[in-house]
Write a protein that binds this ligand. Structure first.
Ligand code: SDX
Length: 377
């Protein structure tokens, strides 16, 4: 391996693919999905339009958008055995683990790799994207001994998810907030879950396997799991009656990582955090959770002053979801509900220009050991 003298731990700075899905300027704090800035999309798009954009590299016209929306609406229902699984698994299971298993089971009921056409892959992407909200809502209701609410055959992904979760029609603001969260989380370059998804795709495995693997990668607290950890930190501060600044300073003194801060690519404020910060401020005030928002700001200032690190997407999304009355252990599932659009877009891109992903490791073990019989070890 003498030709590989340098190890890029965590693959930092390695460019392994070309992609038309998104561009991140980590110095300037800019994010673009297939040509459109995140601010433009946040202001104008719907999640369904963003799905089309990530799957086709262009915005849909009205009839294409109507067609995609109705296909997504038509694919929301789950096979009976997935519903049975959601009703019968442990009520204490982690929702992300349940989502991972349920997506995996879905493949038993669909042709997985019958066809390599773009249309076949797009239909798979639509089917998986449409079913993830149903899985999350159904498990949450089942674990709370509530009736499972069947998906609607109309309305947006955001509306239908909140409806299935709460068994009541969401207001316009709740739908808009959820839609915006879905737009903001849809795509982000070669993050760990998208990389996992592309690595699985590169073996010519199917899209269910790729999405299942990606959910497993997203679940960890260094990635998507951070939003739940942020909320748990804020609730911990509340429960302990701690001062948030002291709390953070003590943890930094113990060399602990503060969830929702730092990023491999951004060296400034994550533009999604900037948008979510405004949403968090407004919603927290409207719902009587101002204190949590004020603590978030105090934590942000402390992190900036003490170690010069900015918040990432997971920091303010926590208080946004909390203000919407959503349980913290569903936050990462909502991330997955959105990011599946990016994962499947990358799956199609990888599949259409594939080469097996297979890096190397520098071997640092022994090479000349003699065999010792088991009884002598
Ligand atoms: C997401 O990749 C993506 O694009 C991901 C994502 C997406 O949309 O897909 O943006 C979503 O996953 C956001 C990140 C969520 N994770 C967290 O919030 C967990 C807390 N953050 C960190 O653990 C960390 O910042 C990472 C994991 C996000 C990034 O890790 P890196 O790039 O490997 O950086 P590092 O751990 O080597 O940190 C560099 C320095 C270290 O200090 P030194 O050893 O150099 O003195 O910065 C410090 C770190 O200790 N540091 C932190 C910190 N983040 C970095 N110190 C305290 N708290 C933190 N959060």
């Amino acid at each position: 391996l003498s030709q590989y003298p340098h190890i890029n731990k965590g693959l930092e700075g390695i460019v392994a693919f070309s992609s038309t899905k998104s561009f991140i300027d980590g110095q300037e704090g800019k994010l673009i999905y297939a040509g459109y800035t995140i601010d433009t999309l946040a202001e104008n798009a719907t999640f369904e339009e963003v799905c089309f954009l990530l799957w086709n590299d262009r915005l849909p016209n009205q009839s294409e958008l109507d067609d995609l929306t109705s296909k997504l609406q038509g694919e929301r229902a789950l096979p009976e055995s997935v519903l049975n699984y959601l009703q019968n698994t442990s009520k204490n299971a982690e929702p992300m683990a349940v989502l991972r298993t349920a997506v995996s089971i879905l493949s038993d009921f669909h042709e997985v790799d019958a066809d390599t056409s773009k249309e076949f892959r797009l239909n798979k992407a639509i089917s998986i994207t449409a079913k993830i909200p149903t899985i999350i809502a159904a498990f949450d209701r089942a674990r709370n001994d509530k009736n499972i609410v069947e998906p609607l055959s109309d309305h947006s992904t955001a509306y239908n998810f909140l409806y299935m979760l709460n068994d009541e029609e969401p207001g316009e603001q709740a739908e808009k907030t959820m839609d915006l969260c879905l737009i903001l989380h849809a795509e982000h370059g070669m993050n760990a879950s998208t990389f996992t998804n592309r690595a699985i795709c590169s073996t010519e495995s199917d899209m269910y396997s790729s999405v299942t693997g990606a959910i497993g990668a997203l679940k960890g607290p260094l990635h998507g799991g951070a939003n739940q950890a942020v909320m748990n930190m804020l609730l911990d501060i509340e429960e302990q009656g701690d001062d948030p600044v002291d709390y953070i300073e003590n943890r930094l003194a113990n060399k602990e990582k503060i969830m929702g801060f730092g990023h491999r690519v951004y060296k400034t404020m994550d533009p999604r955090a900037r948008i979510l910060r405004g949403m968090s401020e407004q919603l927290s005030k409207e719902t009587g959770h101002e204190t949590l928002y004020e603590w978030s700001e105090a934590i942000l200032n402390t992190m900036k002053e003490k170690i010069g690190i900015d918040p990432n997407v997971d920091f303010f999304s926590a208080t946004v979801y909390y203000s919407m009355g959503i349980k913290p252990d569903l936050y990462t599932c909502i991330f997955a509900m959105s990011r599946v659009s990016g994962w499947t877009g990358h799956y199609i891109e990888q599949a259409e220009n594939n080469r097996l992903i297979r890096p190397r490791a520098l071997y640092t073990g022994e090479k000349d050991l003699d065999w010792v019989p088991v009884e002598d070890r």
